[in-house]
Design a protein around this ligand. Structure first.
Ligand SMILES: Cc1cc2nc3c(=O)[nH]c(=O)nc-3n(C[C@H](O)[C@H](O)[C@H](O)COP(=O)(O)O)c2cc1C
Length: 169
């Protein structure tokens, strides 16, 4: 892939919510885990862990959020755990790395919010101080997989400024 191809993949990455039933081979899951593990974190603390969930456990996890249909639909998901003293920003970086890697490997993915953290903690058996607010659903894209149209993006002028908030870029 050329530099421009990489750029285009980043720009075109979308959440995809329908998947084939086929399970992901462990070797492929491990490649995705590797991209999570190698994500940069604040002070390189790596205060995180990644729980691969499938089957009934994935269904249990799906009860913890309000928009978890993709989690039920996907063959597998990574529950992204902020260990004690972890940062949500770092977790976000992991999610994006995993999604970009999934895309590079021909997979579809969707971030999932687990609104009921206490439930997620119990289901995942998290230790004291750890939390899991997000998961990433993963699978081979269904033939009809298409991004949901939430209306594109805000215009550049509404989000990018020069030097001070509100000053035109
Ligand atoms: C922090 C975060 C949480 C999200 N949670 C959910 C979710 O619970 N369920 C879902 O279907 N999509 C979820 N999404 C996906 C967003 O709805 C999606 O990324 C957004 O609408 C933009 O669409 P696109 O990714 O296809 O461009 C989440 C995305 C982010 C960044």
């Amino acid at each position: 892939m050329t530099t421009n191809d990489h750029y285009d993949r980043i720009l075109s990455l979308r959440a995809l919510r329908s998947y084939r039933d086929d399970p992901l081979p462990d070797a492929l899951i491990e490649r995705l885990l590797e991209t999570a593990r190698w994500t940069g974190s604040s002070k390189n603390l790596q205060n995180w862990s990644f729980i691969v969930v499938d089957g009934d456990q994935k269904e249990r996890l799906a009860t913890c959020g309000d928009f978890t249909i993709p989690l039920s639909a996907a063959p597998v998901a990574f529950a992204l755990v902020e260990e004690s003293a972890g940062y949500e920003f770092d977790t976000g970086r992991v999610a994006q790395n995993v999604m970009l890697a999934a895309d590079a490997l021909g997979l579809a993915s969707c971030p999932i919010t687990l609104h009921r953290e206490a439930d997620a903690r119990a289901i995942l058996g998290l230790p004291e101080g750890a939390r899991c607010r997000y998961a990433v659903a993963l699978g081979y894209p269904a033939d009809d997989a298409a991004p949901r149209n939430f209306g594109g993006r805000k215009p550049m002028g509404d989000v990018a400024y020069r030097n001070r908030h509100g000053e035109s870029w």
